[in-house]
Design a protein around this ligand. Structure first.
Ligand code: DAH
Length: 339
């Protein structure tokens, strides 16, 4: 019997010695000490050993069990430590490696221009307002002297939501909203998105406008001209000249279109101004007395000027952007040039 126990012991110790993983060690534990493991079976068989031999046998078996258990736990601890070390090594990160710096965004060119414009007009005493992009036909057209069958509706390709609701085609809609709710004097600018069914290199179905409105006693075309001259000098450059050409808008009378000397070539003629030295930037005029009256402002007491232009167009002229689409595609290579 002793030889048998020695054989088992040697075999078990060799297996423990040879084991290279805690998983393998566990197999050894099951083989010898598990429920039906070899050592467990011998212990169970002790009942069949003659009584007088039992104490000596018991001692031998216990020694065997302790030897195997001891070797197992020692090796388990050793392997567990090794496995842990290996895992740590594998997961090691080199904290000295240079990082891929985080990208910081930049303000969109339209945001930059809008902020600059607001700054300029606030400096001249205007306040800033905003209004809804889904607008009623009443404010977008009718109160601006554009009744339902008016031919000038063809000037703007309108997205109708229904017969009486549109995506606003012009921030001028806010003129009507403000005049119907505010007592003069009024000095306000309104930046905002507008929509038209129009799509080419210089037209986008969505674009941004900037509206201005001043109503008071004795406002004249001279006030409009002075205001626009200051605006042009500040947004482009001090040497920018402004010229007013007669035009037509239903809500202003008289109406003008306003050109500035080209900020690219300073009036010499180039690609941007198509060789003329001038670029058209806005529509404006003296608020039509009919509009004042429709909006509840007495045209005998008050007069005013109004103007409206595309923020996109100002950005394109100022930065030399050839296609309006660039402003809406959000291509990082384009946007990061406006730091
Ligand atoms: N709303 C016009 C447009 O979108 C621009 C405009 C012209 C606005 C004359 C005005 C104005 O306030 O007085 O084409």
């Amino acid at each position: 019997m002793k030889e048998k126990l020695d054989l088992i012991k040697n075999a078990a110790l060799k297996k423990i010695d040879d084991a290279v993983s805690t998983a393998e060690l566990n197999d050894v534990r099951v083989k010898y000490l598990g429920k039906s493991g070899e050592i467990s079976m011998i212990m169970r068989d002790m009942a069949n050993v003659p009584k007088e031999e039992r104490p000596a046998m018991g001692k031998l078996v216990n020694e065997l069990r302790f030897a195997v258990e001891g070797a197992l736990s020692e090796k388990t601890e050793f392997l567990a430590r090794k496995e842990e070390e290996l895992r740590l090594k594998e997961e090691e990160i080199d904290v000295t490696l240079p990082v891929k710096g985080r990208k910081i965004g930049t303000l969109h060119p339209l945001t930059l221009i809008k902020r600059e414009l607001i700054d300029i007009f606030v400096g001249m005493g205007f306040s800033v307002d905003e209004g809804p992009e889904i607008e009623s036909d009443l404010f977008n057209f009718q109160l601006l002297n554009i009744p339902k069958d008016h031919p000038s509706r063809d000037m703007q390709d309108t997205f109708y939501i229904n017969e009486n609701v549109v995506l606003r085609t012009q921030t001028s809609a806010m003129q009507a909203r403000i005049m119907t709710t505010t007592k003069p004097p009024i000095r306000v600018v309104v930046p905002g998105k507008v929509y038209r069914s129009d799509d080419d290199a210089s037209h986008s179905p969505i674009f941004n406008q900037f509206e201005g409105l001043a109503i008071d006693k004795h406002i004249t075309m001279g006030d409009l001209q002075g205001c626009l001259q200051t605006f042009a000098e500040k947004i482009f450059s001090k040497d920018t000249k402004v010229r007013l050409r007669p035009s037509y808008f239903p809500f202003t009378e008289p109406s003008v279109e306003v050109d500035v000397t080209c900020s690219m070539c300073h009036g010499k003629g180039c690609r941007v101004c198509k060789g003329t030295g001038w670029v058209e930037i806005l529509g404006a005029g003296i608020v039509n007395p009919a509009v004042l009256d429709m909006c509840g402002i007495d045209s005998k007491q008050y007069s005013g000027f109004a103007f409206g232009f595309g923020i996109d167009r100002i950005a394109m002229i100022k930065y030399g952007i050839p296609n309006i689409k660039l402003l809406y595609e959000n291509d990082m290579r384009f946007l990061k040039q406006f730091n």
